[in-house]
Design a protein around this ligand. Structure first.
Ligand SMILES: NC(=O)c1ccc[n+]([C@@H]2O[C@H](COP(=O)([O-])OP(=O)(O)OC[C@H]3O[C@@H](n4cnc5c(N)ncnc54)[C@H](O)[C@@H]3O)[C@@H](O)[C@H]2O)c1
Ligand SMILES: [Zn+2]
Ligand SMILES: [Zn+2]
Length: 337
């Protein structure tokens, strides 16, 4: 069967490899859609420091079950599924508390071991979500949107909270969507006006502001001087993450959804005087996937405009380089098999 392997930075190769075998507690899934995200782009360009090559990328996956044994999840041959690509150990301190999203020994498909840029993969049955009521495109965007849903759940957002989401990329869009759906007032902030306009319309937001135009003053105006009580940073930019300490209200929360490889410093007087809560949010759990699936079923999510670029499997090595360019305007690239 066909697979696309990232042999070394900037080199994709179409190869032929053996089909996986059906093993106990796993299913063989024929891959139909592969979403492309920042992690794949960084892996391709060689910007993921601890990434090992060669590697088959792909962790935003939708497909159809080709074969499966007895399982307690009611899954059977022919079911359409979405894949939860985070493989937890099930035994560590985090897993024992149900925090499988931050397992001590986390292994992510398409990152730490080969992923879904191929015709068929083997997946543990408990990492499949039945999505027969969704389209394949909708099934493939459960993973990226569940990252935002997890951040919102983790922050314990309440109806009528006033939230700021910094970074209007695919991850920030997921946060905005989930916060909006839970009844919060949502303000988007970015430096890219095009992305701001898109996010405001896509997630039906209350406000969008450009960080280059005096963010504190704008937030003060919008919130009548209170400031937002939950701030999510989904930029992956350390300056933004440090500046973000200025934005939450007293008693508020700052949630880092985006991440950087460097240190972050902040003013303790600012942190303490506001009695802020600082949180990280990592990956997602089945609960978050189910939340996004229900949102899609209820018609809250417009996947058609979220998916901005498409490629066939064979064409990907040609198209991928274009998707790396900011001027291509990619929000979500989708590969079809
Ligand atoms: N929590 C998780 O498990 C998880 C999962 C996947 C990705 N991520 C991380 O989420 C982050 C966002 O991912 P993405 O794919 O949406 O990225 P992206 O690059 O597509 O989007 C980031 C957005 O932030 C904006 N931005 C950058 N610097 C800014 C600044 N100083 N002020 C305001 N806006 C700024 C950019 O203009 C862009 O629109 C990355 O750090 C990524 O690694 C986290
Ligand atoms: Zn991803
Ligand atoms: Zn674990």
């Amino acid at each position: 069967m066909k697979a696309i392997v990232c042999e070394e930075p900037r080199v994709f190769k179409l190869i032929n490899q053996e089909r996986p075998q059906l093993e106990k507690d796993t299913a063989l899934v024929n891959i139909k859609r592969i979403g492309v995200c920042g992690t794949d782009l960084h892996a391709f360009t060689g910007n993921q420091p601890f990434f090992e090559y060669p590697r088959i990328l792909g962790h935003e996956l939708a497909g159809v079950i080709e074969s499966i044994g007895n399982n307690p999840y009611g899954l059977k041959q022919g079911d359409q599924v979405s894949v939860i690509p985070y493989m937890e150990c099930g035994k560590c301190i985090a897993c024992k508390q149900g925090l499988t999203n931050c397992c001590t020994h986390m292994r992510v498909m398409g990152v730490h071991f080969d992923g879904g840029m191929t015709e068929q993969i083997s997946v543990p049955c408990d990492h499949l979500i039945k999505t027969n009521a969704l389209t394949l495109d909708q099934s493939a965007i459960l993973e990226p949107l569940s990252i935002g849903a997890h951040a919102v759940r983790r922050s314990n957002l309440q109806k009528d909270d006033v939230t700021l989401v910094i970074g209007a990329g695919p991850i920030g869009l997921g946060v905005m969507q989930a916060a909006k759906q839970k009844g919060a007032k949502v303000i988007a902030m970015d430096m890219n006006d095009e992305r701001l306009a898109f996010s405001k319309q896509w997630a039906n937001l209350d406000y969008s502001i450009n960080v280059l135009n005096g963010p504190v003053e704008q937030l003060m105006n919008i919130t009548n001087g209170d400031m937002p009580n939950i701030v999510y940073d989904a930029t992956g930019n350390s300056k933004s993450m440090m500046d973000a300490f200025r934005y939450p209200a007293n008693g508020g929360k700052l949630v880092y959804v985006g991440l950087v490889k460097s240190d972050i410093t902040f003013s303790d007087p600012l942190f303490h005087s506001k009695e802020l809560t600082l949180m990280a949010s990592r990956n997602a759990t089945k609960e978050d996937f189910n939340f996004v699936m229900e949102s899609i079923e209820s018609g809250f999510i417009d996947e058609k405009s979220f998916i901005t670029h498409r490629s066939t499997f064979d064409d990907l090595p040609n198209k991928f380089k274009n998707w790396l360019k900011p001027e291509s305007g990619v929000v979500k690239g989708m590969i079809e098999i």
